[in-house]
Design a binder for this molecule. Structure first.
Ligand code: BG6
Length: 489
């Protein structure tokens, strides 16, 4: 029996994927509100009107809007994040279900544009503040500890359009104001915070494009990231000053990389993947400075980073208290030509013959979680939390309304075992919040049918559905896991 007695069992969501109410009570739009639905084989698009008012769209990641175009919601397109699962109006019912499962913690994010509709205002939107007060109070009613992500993929659209997004240093100050408001307003209600969700995606995404990413794309990505690092560090300092009880973490997209062959070139390439995609962000946020390999990474793409002395000071003074990460899968790195490539969470690599894959092609690899936990704990010696993990799968509702999801139970059983092993081996793991504990809109594909939840939501990809919530078999199973502190699984 290894899980510590106050282990934080729970579940995780993000505002833009579940709240809905995208234009209600003063909320401004975010990029996710001009992003269409997609599928495993069709990308999501960002929609716009060009300078002559003609509708158009570009793939959601990577491309830039044509000159003179403006983001727009188009009549004939489908935007799944607009309604999400309508958590905005169902939060009481949902939190009651989380409490029934025995959640000790609930990870959620605050929509930036609900608090600051454009992002550059001086005062927050009172209706936005009031909503989160109600949610946190409801969680407290059941003694569920909120774990709050300040930014989860949802920079206000106005900041994207008028300031050029995170490329612009001015965003640091806007984020700082937003974070400060969160710390002040929710002091006493929230103690666990994460500054940026999967902050490393920006570089991982470039890796995905292989040789197609230009040096300019690398320059932008590293500069955006630097601004986010500084914003995060300043938020950590402010958060600690406002309430010394605050525990503030980074959040990394955790992928375990393995080399395909013993060819030293593969071994080296694999280490470089760890450095660029995983350690680069973790080192800055946990150690307060760039790793020595950063120079090599920048040089490879002629990146010339603007870093001020004040930035370096902020990074040093604003290191995080916790290292948190998502873990879904591992991936294979090689310098050799491969016939079959497989995708995944912001990554792609060779197929691993020793693993099986989900319906969406993500590798199922619990051992990779033990590996990741051990390597990261050894590097930072900070408490760790797995704040996302799960399997996106098709679920079937039987005639009597029941939903049998043994594949999900199997997945979690194995990953809980993997955490157990890591704890046994000395890792200080303090919490586990499975992703999409209630079905929600997929970030990658915009689908509803890619379901992760213990709780089923009657909402379909064509927009139909009643939003009725029902319990899957895994709901009862996870309840027992929590009640037995991980023993019964
Ligand atoms: C992570 C994100 O990338 O993985 C979540 O933090 C996302 O927002 C999750 O939903 C699962 O990915 P997807 O594409 O299946 O929704």
């Amino acid at each position: 029996m290894t899980f510590p007695k106050d282990f934080l069992w729970g579940g995780a969501t993000a505002a833009n994927q579940c709240e809905g109410a995208w234009n209600i009570d003063g909320r401004g739009p975010a990029l996710t509100d001009v992003t269409t639905g997609g599928s495993k084989d069709t990308p999501r698009y960002v929609t716009f009107l060009d300078q002559d008012g003609r509708p158009g769209k570009i793939p959601a990641h990577g491309d830039v809007l044509p000159e003179g175009a403006a983001y727009a919601v188009l009549e004939d397109e489908w935007y799944p994040n607009h309604d999400g699962i309508d958590f905005y109006h169902h939060y009481k019912e949902d939190i009651a279900l989380f409490a029934e499962m025995g959640f000790k913690t609930f990870r959620m994010s605050i929509s930036w544009s609900r608090l600051y509709p454009k992002g550059d205002e001086l005062k927050p939107n009172p209706k936005g503040i009031a909503f989160y007060h109600r949610v946190f109070q409801e969680l407290r009613k059941y003694e569920i500890e909120p774990l709050v992500t300040i930014w989860h993929f949802d920079t206000p659209l106005y900041l994207e359009e008028h300031y050029g997004g995170w490329k612009n240093r001015e965003l640091i100050a806007f984020y700082e104001r937003f974070a400060k408001t969160c710390f002040q307003e929710f002091k006493g209600l929230v103690k666990y915070w994460l500054t940026f969700n999967e902050i490393n995606n920006t570089v991982m995404f470039l890796d995905l494009l292989g040789n197609n990413a230009s040096d300019e794309a690398y320059q932008n990505a590293y500069q955006c990231l630097h601004h986010q690092f500084v914003a995060s560090a300043r938020a950590v300092k402010i958060g600690h000053a406002i309430d010394p009880q605050n525990k503030i973490g980074c959040m990394i997209c955790g992928i375990t990389f393995y080399p395909l062959t013993p060819d030293p070139k593969d071994i080296l390439e694999n280490r470089h993947h760890w450095e660029q995609n995983i350690f680069y962000c973790g080192d800055v946020q946990c150690k307060g400075e760039y790793g020595s390999y950063a120079n090599r990474l920048w040089k490879a793409h002629h990146v010339n980073l603007e870093i001020s002395d004040q930035d370096r000071k902020d990074l040093k003074e604003g290191t995080v208290d916790l290292y948190t990460f998502s873990y879904y899968m591992s991936t294979i790195v090689t310098t050799h030509k491969v016939d079959e490539k497989v995708g995944g969470n912001f990554s792609a690599g060779a197929k691993n013959p020793y693993l099986t894959y989900s319906d969406w092609g993500w590798a199922l690899d619990p051992d990779g979680l033990t590996y990741y936990l051990e390597i990261i704990y050894d590097r930072y010696h900070k408490p760790l939390m797995v704040v996302e993990n799960g399997i996106g799968a098709f679920d079937r509702v039987e005639e009597d309304g029941s939903i049998h999801d043994p594949y999900r139970i199997d997945y979690f059983r194995e990953h809980i075992k993997a955490m157990d092993t890591a704890i046994e081996n000395g890792v200080d793991l303090i919490g586990f919040t499975p992703w999409g504990c209630i079905d929600l809109v997929s970030a990658g594909t915009g689908e509803m049918r890619k379901r992760y939840g213990f709780i089923y939501v009657d909402k379909n990809d064509d927009g139909t559905g009643t939003y009725t919530r029902s319990k899957k078999d895994s709901f009862y199973w996870y309840k027992d896991v929590i009640a037995s502190n991980g023993k019964k699984r």
